[in-house]
Design a protein around this ligand. Structure first.
Ligand SMILES: Cc1cc2nc3c(=O)[nH]c(=O)nc-3n(C[C@H](O)[C@H](O)[C@H](O)COP(=O)(O)OP(=O)(O)OC[C@H]3O[C@@H](n4cnc5c(N)ncnc54)[C@H](O)[C@@H]3O)c2cc1C
Length: 400
C-alpha cells in the first residue's frame, strides 16, 4: 500500500536544547512536587495533562502543517528519557496518543489527516492504540473484534483490554477484523480511528463503553482499561484508515516502531534515575567506617549499571536516527526496546539492593522504578517477541 513514509524532520541543536530546557524546568517546578502523591494515590494527573498540552507534547511528532511540533524521533526520545527520569507514567499519556496520530499521518487519507491531526496535536482529542484483547496479545492476528460495513458506516462489536488512555482518552486506533475468515489471517485485519465522543460536539457516543479500570503493579496515574463495543457505529470515511480494508496489521506494526523507541527511551530514563540515586546514596551511606561506594562489591554494581545504561542510551539514539531517515526500523527499534527494558529492570533491581531498606520504602523513588520497569519488558511486544523479531530481520536482511 502507498504509505507516506518520508524522512522525519530534523531539529537543530539549539531548538532541541530550548525544548529540553523547557521540559526540565516544568519537571522541576510542576511535576517533582506532586509525583509521589499522584503515584501513591494512583491519581490521573489532570493538571499536568493541561501543562502537557501547552508544552505541545500531544503534537510532538505531528507535522507542523497540522499544528504539531514535527520533532524528530531523536529529539522526541530525549524528551521521553527526561520525563521518565522523573515519572514514567506521564510518557504513556502522550506516547500511546502519538502512535495513534502516527498511524493517521502515515496511512490516512487527506480528509482524515485534516480532520483528526489538528485535534490530536492540540490534545483536544487524546487517545491510544487498541490492539490487545482478553484472548489475544502477542498473537495479534487472533483478535476477535469485528467491524462490518453497513452503507457509509462500520458497525463494531468486541472487547479490547489493557488499553492505555482508554478511560481518560477520547478515541482509539482500533485493530479489527473486517474479514474474520481471511487466510492468512492478517489479510482480514483493518485499522479504524474510533471516537468515544462526538469529535466535534464532544457528546458521548452510543455503543461504546469502558469496562473497569485495571489495577496494576506500577505505571500508576495513567489509566489502563477495557473498551467494550456493542453495535457501535462509526463513519467509514473518517474512521477507515487510508480508506482500505486488510492493511490493519501492517499499520499496527508500523505504529509500534515509534512505540518501541519510546519504551526503550523510558527504560533509559528509569535506568538513569536509578543510577543517579545510587551514585548519590553510596557516597552518604556508611558501613564499616566508610561510604559504601568504597566497597568493591558496590563498585562492581555501579560500574555494570553505568555501562548498561549508557549502552541502552546509545541503542535508543541509533534506533531514533534510523527512524528519522524514514526507513522501517523493526530491527533497530527491537534491539533498543529489548536491551533498554532489560537494563531498566536490572538497574532498578540493583539500585534497590544498594539502597537496602530505603530501596524498599515508599518514601523513596527506588521502589517505584522497581515496579515500573517490568512493564517495559511486556508492552509494545514482549521481550520474547522482540528477540524473535530481531532474528527474523537479521535473516531477512542477510540472505545467502
Ligand atoms: C500496563 C500495560 C499497558 C498496556 N497498554 C496497551 C495499549 O495501550 N494497547 C494495547 O493494545 N495493549 C496494551 N497492553 C497489552 C500488551 O501489549 C500485552 O500485554 C502484550 O502484547 C503481551 O500480550 P499478553 O499479555 O496477552 O501475553 P501473551 O501474548 O499471552 O504472552 C504470554 C507469554 O508468552 C510469550 N509468548 C507468546 N507468544 C510467543 C511466541 N510465539 N514465542 C515465544 N514466546 C511467546 C510472551 O512473550 C509472554 O511471555 C498493555 C499492557 C500493560 C501491562
Amino acid at each position: 500500500m502507498a504509505a507516506t513514509q518520508q524522512p522525519h524532520s530534523h531539529v537543530d541543536a539549539d531548538d532541541e536544547r530550548l525544548i529540553l530546557d523547557a521540559i526540565a524546568k516544568w519537571l522541576e517546578q510542576k511535576v517533582k512536587p506532586v509525583t509521589m502523591q499522584l503515584e501513591h494515590d494512583d491519581e490521573y494527573p489532570a493538571e499536568l495533562v493541561e501543562d502537557m498540552k501547552e508544552l505541545g507534547l500531544f503534537g510532538a511528532l505531528i507535522d507542523p502543517a497540522y499544528g504539531g511540533l514535527g520533532l524528530s524521533a531523536t529529539t522526541y526520545s530525549k524528551i521521553v528519557m527526561l520525563i521518565a527520569e522523573e515519572w514514567m507514567s506521564l510518557t504513556g499519556i502522550f506516547n500511546s496518543h502519538l502512535m495513534m496520530a502516527r498511524i493517521v499521518e502515515r496511512y490516512g487519507t487527506d480528509e482524515q489527516k485534516s480532520f483528526w491531526l489538528p485535534k490530536f496535536a492540540s490534545g483536544e482529542l487524546r487517545g491510544g492504540l487498541g490492539l490487545t484483547e482478553p484472548d489475544a496479545g502477542t498473537d495479534l492476528q487472533g483478535i476477535r473484534t469485528v467491524a462490518k460495513r453497513r452503507g457509509d458506516k462500520y458497525v463494531v462489536n468486541g472487547t479490547k483490554t489493557w488499553i492505555s488512555n482508554a478511560i481518560e482518552g477520547h478515541c482509539v486506533a482500533l485493530l479489527v477484523k473486517t474479514d474474520p475468515d481471511a487466510e492468512p489471517r492478517h489479510k482480514g485485519m483493518t485499522m479504524l480511528i474510533v471516537p468515544k465522543i462526538d469529535p466535534v460536539t464532544h457528546a458521548p457516543l452510543p455503543g461504546v463503553r469502558n469496562g473497569r479500570k485495571l489495577e496494576k503493579l506500577g505505571y500508576k496515574g495513567i489509566d489502563s482499561g477495557e473498551f467494550i463495543f456493542d453495535d457501535y457505529e462509526c463513519d467509514a470515511a473518517l474512521s477507515l484508515v487510508g480508506g482500505v480494508e486488510g492493511q490493519g496489521f501492517y499499520m499496527a506494526t508500523g505504529g509500534l516502531e515509534i512505540g518501541r523507541i519510546n519504551i526503550a527511551a523510558r527504560g533509559v530514563g528509569i535506568a538513569k534515575r536509578a543510577l543517579r540515586e545510587s551514585v548519590a546514596y553510596t557516597q552518604v551511606r556508611k558501613t564499616m567506617g566508610k561510604p559504601i561506594c568504597e566497597h568493591q562489591a558496590i563498585q562492581l554494581k555501579l560500574g555494570e549499571m553505568a555501562a548498561n545504561t549508557r549502552a541502552a542510551e546509545l541503542l535508543v539514539a541509533d534506533a531514533a536516527r534510523s527512524y528519522d531517515t524514514g526507513e522501517r526500523v523493526d530491527l533497530e527499534a527491537g534491539m533498543a526496546k529489548y536491551f533498554a527494558s532489560e537494563t531498566a529492570l536490572s538497574v532498578a533491581t540493583e539500585a534497590m539492593r544498594i539502597h537496602g531498606a530505603y530501596g524498599y520504602s515508599k518514601e523513596y523513588p527506588i521502589e517505584r522504578l522497581f515496579r515500573d520497569a517490568p512493564l517495559l519488558c511486556i508492552g509494545e511486544g514482549t521481550n520474547e517477541l522482540q528477540r524473535i523479531i530481531i532474528a527474523k530481520q537479521l535473516v531477512k536482511r542477510n540472505p545467502v
